[in-house]
Design a protein around this ligand. Sequence first.
Ligand SMILES: Cc1cc2nc3c(=O)[nH]c(=O)nc-3n(C[C@H](O)[C@H](O)[C@H](O)COP(=O)(O)OP(=O)(O)OC[C@H]3O[C@@H](n4cnc5c(N)ncnc54)[C@H](O)[C@@H]3O)c2cc1C
Length: 375
Amino acid sequence: MDAQITIIGAGVIGLAIAEEASSLFSEVFINEKHTTFGQETSSRNSEVIHAGIYYPQGSLKARLCVEGRNLLYDYCSRFGVPFNKCGKLIVATDENEVSVIEGIRKTAEGNGVILDILGPGEIRKLEPEIFALAALWSPETGIIDTHSLMKRLETNSLNNGCQIAYASEVTGIRKIDGGYEVTVSDAGGSSYSFSTRIVVNAAGLTADKVSGMAGMNDERLTIHFCKGDYFRIRPPKNRLLKRLVYPVPHTNLEGIGIHVTIDMGGGVRLGPDVKYLESNIYDYHVDPGKQEAFWKSARKFLPFLEYDDIMPDMAGIRPKTQKPGEAVRDFYIREESERGNPGFINLIGMESPGLTSCLAIAKLVVSMIRLEEKN
Ligand SMILES: Cc1cc2nc3c(=O)[nH]c(=O)nc-3n(C[C@H](O)[C@H](O)[C@H](O)COP(=O)(O)OP(=O)(O)OC[C@H]3O[C@@H](n4cnc5c(N)ncnc54)[C@H](O)[C@@H]3O)c2cc1C
């Protein structure tokens, strides 16, 4: 075999797997179609280290988020990746929402996440400018500089001997004796193939297509692009907020409501909203016509916000496996022996909290590789 382990995709998850795998195995390769890492979803998100509040108990999302969050804080401290454990408020702005937050607290507790319920006086001490009748306080939530995280993961992987081929798009995968033949198209348009024992599909928005290349087409694992737009709060009003502030989420968790995220540079964004795209096109355009809807949503808990205080910012696309209106699905992370593809590990539907969970996902995937290597 030319390679022992081939990882497709250099987003935050592919890079985290590469770092963990290359610390244990030799001949680890990454193929990434862009000219550098993190050009898709990993650079277009809220950069929040989630506590693990909302996910159904026992789900991979719940488990990997809590485990991943702890690993991530340790990792950031160890390697100097900028982060801020600033905490998050989930705010109830009417009586109905006040009754909902107790349920959220219980779900969180089931996941091992302890939240406090705060009254208006305590909320004012943390965030004097917001309006809320009551709030949940999550001290474990934080923010991270995702670019620095990916740079560190890339550097550590390279130092471990991992090889990364940028501008090389995987266009075909064929099962061969003891592994897979992977065909790659490079920047110059020429193609080459190599053999690998293990394939890890961390291809994000096109992970379903990559799985399909190996003959695993499954309607339930088809990715539906679901866009989220952000607006930015203009200075000086951005300086009025120091923590993450979220509304009480919708019941089906398609998104967790237009919320306030802060970044490591002190910028403050509102978003993301939720809009399934009709076809899976990479549409990152933010419609300025949404300004009124964003403003009205945020004004419920940010009474100081005027219409002109916000402006269109950026957008990201969630790789969802559920269609619009369907119940939220868990991450799909499987070694595919049962589907006739031993040594092929699929990661599909890696939406939020994929960033928070990346280091725990890497450990899970590497445990699958170790098991496969024993067989
Ligand atoms: C709007 C939004 C907000 C979010 N907010 C948060 C948050 O606050 N906290 C959190 O924990 N998570 C959040 N997430 C989720 C998080 O961003 C993702 O889970 C994570 O970035 C996924 O990483 P990835 O490596 O799987 O995917 P990606 O970053 O998409 O990387 C996949 C890579 O695969 C490459 N690729 C694809 N096909 C091929 C091919 N055929 N050949 C070679 N390369 C290929 C792509 O070019 C890409 O670089 C959010 C997501 C969105 C969309």
